[in-house]
Design a protein around this ligand. Structure first.
Ligand SMILES: [Fe+2]
Ligand SMILES: [Fe+2]
Length: 326
């Protein structure tokens, strides 16, 4: 039997990618991400939240409520993505891509680690009761995290086609991670950095941001390889983005919209947040569009998705520094 045709699909294995010539290459894009993630290990339980507890206790009631709303969205969001990525792991096996499967197991683990980090923070600041009320007033949030995200990822279990992979990746990597989480970091920066509070949370956000850049790079890589193989799939990217634009913007504005004009804690500005989020949507589309007409053979080793995320990170750092300037 030819080693390139042996299947590694879950439940149907008749061979091994790792034993086949050239099927698990260390220089492939997903294996490089995997090596990078292993070298950047961090442990949430080693972060000291003592000062965070003191800073949290010193906040006004409104500030505490706003901080909990943001942290609860992150905590429930990390739990959701830990669960919802799992069909993508099996989809990579069905496609015979063991390097991607290896990377996605690390990716799932990292989302679990992010969930642990936010849960430890809530415990440390004394918020051990039911936190559902903090997310339940944000309807678009519920629409994305209890419907759009799980449905588009679960669709891969029945049919791991390129169309379904793109719909799943746009939802997960480009909207939830690339738009919502990044806009959330912007809000954390407003809360923490300008006042020099919550140093433990600042460390968590910095670590998570680095993990997420690898996640988004993988999402860009995955969309790129499908688009490079079939340019008609670009319409799937664009269509899915359009479907999610309204609920995604609703999540962002719903995070801060229940305060009277001019009274939002920490000076969070709805328009500024919405503008920041819209910029991210445009940027995600641009990242995927960069693969249109690209050489499919070169894509598996092409570092462009990583370079894009590093460039975006540099832009974000500049925007955050500007936002923090007095
Ligand atoms: Fe995460
Ligand atoms: Fe992530």
């Amino acid at each position: 039997m030819n080693s390139t045709t042996r299947t590694i699909e879950h439940g149907r294995r008749d061979g091994f990618a790792s034993l086949s010539a050239g099927r698990l290459r260390a220089d492939s894009f997903p294996m490089r991400l995997f090596a990078k993630g292993n070298a950047k290990h961090w442990d949430p339980s080693s972060i000291d939240f003592t000062q965070d507890a003191a800073d949290f206790a010193a906040m006004t009631d409104d500030e505490r409520r706003q901080t909990c709303a943001l942290a609860a969205q992150f905590l429930a969001g990390e739990e959701s993505v830990t669960q919802d990525l799992q069909p993508f792991v099996a989809a990579m096996a069905a496609e015979g891509r063991f390097g991607d499967e290896i990377y996605l197991t690390q990716f799932v683990f990292e989302e679990a680690r992010h969930t642990q980090a936010f849960r430890l923070w809530f415990d440390a600041v004394g918020m051990t009761g039911d936190l559902h009320p903090y997310i339940e007033r944000n309807q678009p949030y519920l629409e994305i995290f209890t419907r759009a995200l799980p449905e588009s990822l679960q669709a891969l279990a029945a049919d791991p086609s390129p169309v379904n992979q793109i719909r799943a990746s746009v939802t997960y990597n480009h909207v939830v991670e690339g738009t919502l989480a990044l806009t959330g970091y912007f809000a954390w920066h407003k809360i923490c950095a300008e006042r020099g509070i919550l140093p433990g949370m600042q460390q968590v956000i910095a670590h998570i941001g680095a993990d997420e850049r690898r996640h988004m790079a993988w999402g860009t890589f995955t969309c790129r390889r499908h688009i490079a193989a079939d340019d008609a799939l670009w319409d799937v990217v664009d269509g899915r983005m359009q479907e999610l634009l309204v609920p995604a913007m609703g999540v962002v504005t719903g995070t801060v919209d229940r305060w009277p004009e001019g009274e939002v804690p920490f000076g969070l500005d709805l328009n500024e947040m919405a503008e920041y989020a819209m910029d991210k949507v445009g940027r995600r589309l641009g990242a995927i569009a960069s693969a249109r007409g690209a050489d499919l053979r070169a894509i598996d080793a092409d570092a462009e998705p990583e370079r894009l995320e590093e460039r975006f990170h540099a832009e974000d750092s500049a925007a955050l520094a500007a936002a923090a300037a007095p």
